[in-house]
Design a protein around this ligand. Structure first.
Ligand code: CO8
Length: 257
């Protein structure tokens, strides 16, 4: 895969996507989002990939959507193109996605993080939705996913003031899964992604669907979805293998089916 604004790599069973637009702190222009979508489609279709890591650079994961690209847009254009709707492809990725975040994750960059499943933050990470400072508002899920992730009071604080929160506050708030020293970020992300990839692929994909269901539905509907998908896993070879391996005191050999 050859791209202009991202780099991709396969490490074991993990597909890596590294945002690479250093001159603009990885600001997300339309071409970069399309490239991310393309790489996710390839990794999503590859049976040897169990998990994806999405990362940026030391200074910035991504400092937002590209303000310069958007500055002259008009309302009719944004509406007719359904501007930002294409970003949903990241949230629709069916395999687990680990975000490895160092430096700024602002605006659209923070919204991309909110679309990921596990968030590993370097102690240098800074999160925020500063759109209010430039006369707009979060437009790629920020008001909705941030409120669900960290609650109304914190989400209002961030969206209305545009302030940044550091990695420790982000972890306390529930936006971040783990914080590690910056020097350990990529190794930690790979380790987490490898741990996920070592599991049954069908199982991790179903678990992702079930957890995400919690944000879409009532508790009783979510519990029913969970129970039915749990029951369905008994139709997989990997359930037989996983439980047999436990009983036989050996490591399971999952086949993803
Ligand atoms: N878009 C375009 N270019 C950017 C962006 C961005 N979001 N962020 C940084 N850059 C560019 C700068 O313009 C600068 O370029 P140049 O050297 O050509 O002037 C370069 O990256 C380096 O940035 P700074 O010189 O500003 O670096 P600092 O270390 O001084 O500051 C900050 C870093 C604090 C991150 C600062 O760059 C900043 O505040 N950036 C903007 C953050 C922001 O507001 N993000 C939200 C954007 S809106 C959004 O994401 C979603 C809403 C949808 C709106 C429509 C957009 C498509």
């Amino acid at each position: 895969m050859t791209f202009e604004f991202i780099r991709t790599e396969v490490r074991g069973r993990v597909g890596w996507i590294t945002l690479h637009r250093p001159e603009a702190l990885n600001a997300l222009n339309a071409a970069m989002v399309a490239e991310i979508a393309g790489a996710l489609a390839v990794f999503g279709a590859d049976p040897d990939i169990g998990c994806v890591v999405l990362t940026g650079a030391d200074r910035a994961f991504a400092a937002g959507a590209d303000i310069k690209e958007a500055a002259e847009r008009t309302y009719p254009e944004t509406f007719l193109e359904d501007f930002l709707a294409s970003w949903d492809v990241i949230a629709r990725m069916r395999k687990p996605v680990v975000a490895a975040v160092a430096g700024y994750a602002l605006g659209g960059g923070c919204e991309v993080v909110l679309m990921c499943d596990v968030v590993i933050a370097a102690d240098t990470a800074r999160f925020g939705l500063p759109e209010v400072k430039i006369g707009v508002m979060p437009g790629a899920g920020g008001t909705q996913r941030l409120a669900r992730a960290i609650g109304k009071a914190k989400a209002m604080d961030l969206c209305l003031t545009g302030r940044m929160m550091d990695a420790a506050e982000a972890e306390r708030s529930g936006l971040v899964s783990r914080v590690v020293p910056a020097s350990d970020l990529l190794a930690e992300a790979q380790a987490v992604a490898e741990a996920i990839s070592a599991k049954s692929r069908i199982n991790t994909m179903v678990i992702k669907e079930a957890v995400n269901r919690a944000f879409e539905t009532s508790l009783s509907e979510g519990l029913l979805f969970e129970r039915r998908t749990f029951q369905a896993l008994f139709a997989t070879l990997d359930q037989k293998e996983g439980m047999a391996a436990f009983v036989e005191k050996r490591q399971p050999e999952f086949r993803g089916r």
